[in-house]
Design a protein around this ligand. Structure first.
Ligand code: AP5
Length: 221
């Protein structure tokens, strides 16, 4: 199954993907995570992407698309994937459609995690991420058992460099400009499922899983 998680920064795409990857046995592919790994390893891609990411704007489509299509060639994607952070605009969506079509495939479900702005700011300004395993925590909503230590692997929890209020606002503006055409694109294909993501993590997860189940049932008929 090929799933896309769409939504503003802080909607919970990464958080939900982390659980869904285990529940559905599909790889979690986050373009943000791949870019951050490239930045920290100072690869050519990372050096090119860093300036854009620090400003909270999109890395050019050609760079991100090439990186994503390379990742989609890996054998772990044959059963499907959970895409988080791609596509970000209509051009990227079309590129993805085209790449999948060439393999006789298509996106199955697109979850639009709809979240209000005050919640986004609260979530992102309090987010902590494990440097080792990438698990997300939140100072208030999901605090680790030990201060700044990952419950999963004992790694160090840090704040993302783009989680400063000014950069969050820039990321939100970029998102708002691009999201409507994307929503229309997937609505027209009958793929879009809107999920209210202001709710607790488990509520959001259960809604997503219900839709997945319904979709799978519809394929059996
Ligand atoms: P990216 O890493 O994709 O960031 P983003 O889209 O801004 O999304 P976030 O990772 O900030 O939020 P999320 O929805 O995953 O929320 P999370 O689950 O962490 O992109 C970063 C940058 O890379 C971009 O700005 C751009 O420069 C570049 N980039 C990436 N992809 C690109 C592309 N395709 N094209 C061009 N450029 C690209 O949750 C947030 C917090 O809330 C956490 O602390 C979590 O614990 C908490 N939380 C989550 N869910 C809940 C809940 N239900 N209740 C309470 N708290 C919750």
């Amino acid at each position: 199954m090929r799933i896309i998680l769409l939504g503003p920064p802080g909607a919970g795409k990464g958080t939900q993907a982390k659980t869904l990857t285990t529940k559905l046995n599909l790889p979690h592919i986050s373009t943000g995570n791949i870019l951050r790994q490239n930045v920290s390893s100072a690869t050519d891609l990372g050096k090119q992407a860093k300036g854009y990411m620090d400003k909270g704007v999109l890395v050019p489509d050609n760079l991100v698309t090439q990186m994503l299509l390379e990742r989609l060639k890996a054998p772990d994607t044959t059963r499907g994937f959970i895409l988080d952070g791609y596509p970000r605009n209509l051009n990227q969506a079309r590129k993805l459609d085209c790449a999948l079509e060439q393999k006789g495939m298509a996106v199955d479900l697109v979850f639009y995690l709809d979240t209000s702005e005050p919640i986004i700011i609260q979530r992102l300004t309090g987010r902590l991420v494990c440097k080792t395993c990438g698990t997300n925590f939140h100072i208030k909503n999901m605090p680790p058992k030990i201060d700044r230590v990952c419950d999963n692997c004992g790694g160090k929890l840090t704040q993302r460099s783009d989680d400063k209020e000014k950069t969050i606002k820039a990321r939100l503006e970029v998102y708002k400009k691009a999201v409507l055409p994307l929503i229309r694109h997937y609505e027209a294909k009958g793929k879009l499922q809107r999920i209210i993501s202001d709710k607790p993590q488990d509520t959001v997860l259960n809604k997503i899983l219900q839709c997945v189940e319904k979709y799978n049932d519809s394929l059996k008929v």
